[in-house]
Write a protein that binds this ligand. Sequence first.
Ligand code: NAP
Ligand code: MN
Length: 269
Amino acid sequence: MKSVRSVYIHSNDSKVTRATLPVLREKLLAAGIEILPDPKQRPDMMICVGGDGTFLRLLRYQNFPDVPVVGINTGHLGFFQEFMHDELDLCIKCISEGDYSLQSHRPLRVRVWQKNQSMITYYGINDIVVRKNASSIVHLKINIDRSFVEKFSGDGVLISSPAGSTAYNYSVGGAIVDPRVEVLQLAPIAPMNTASYRSFTSSVLLPPDNTITIYPEYKFIDKMLVIVDGAEYQMTNMEKLQVDLADRRIRVVRRSEYDFWTNVKEKFF
Ligand code: NAP
Ligand code: MN
């Protein structure tokens, strides 16, 4: 892999992060790696200091760049964060010597149509939740490509990428997906199954070229909430929402010997 000569640093504001940053800067400079103040200067790599939430925000702020991102975990779960904050020397050695691997992920693209407004596009690396902004149930008509599949009734639905399969998707009973398998996963959140309502109770896996289209039942359209990687967007008169895999990739820096299932085991059990 490319030996890194310049970086941009993005971080959260936690206590551990604040203690880590000056040490990181000093070690980078000692290794001859330039720290660029602006990501537009095209650094060889971005360094993300924080937890997964910090990583998700970096991608959102930088519009899902193709520049590799290396994560330094300062205390949370850190599924995307390859190095711990006490492994700075190892991290710098790996990136400066080009001794690392890259894990690539295709973000999800979500497009929303609201009455009398232009279409809005968001990108997310983990997941998209469609639900109501209140506690009562929601009814959603769900199409996969051109086929109408079901009228879902329940709390809402969650669409995840393989990268997000270990996050909210796993909590709602969805399958963990090795990111080398390209799929879209649609999981129900508290689906209702009574004599009056029928919804899928398991998640479904779809090929990467499929598009999921969701139409909220008309009486709910002014009360829909769309959550992309944890960021909430309140919709007004949402008529239609579509999710597919974006035509781009982000790249996560991993150790050379990285193994997906070892990471799953270490973070979950
Ligand atoms: P948060 O509330 O701190 O996130 C919840 C937890 O999910 C954190 O421990 C976070 O790790 C972890 N996480 C994030 N992405 C992950 C991934 N791809 N695989 C495994 N774990 C992951 O909020 P946040 O940090 O901004 O993360 C947003 C994500 O939270 C959403 O995309 C959604 O998937 C998830 N979420 C989960 C639930 C649930 O499980 N019931 C509910 C709402 C949202 P860190 O501690 O390192 O940040
Ligand atoms: Mn978090």
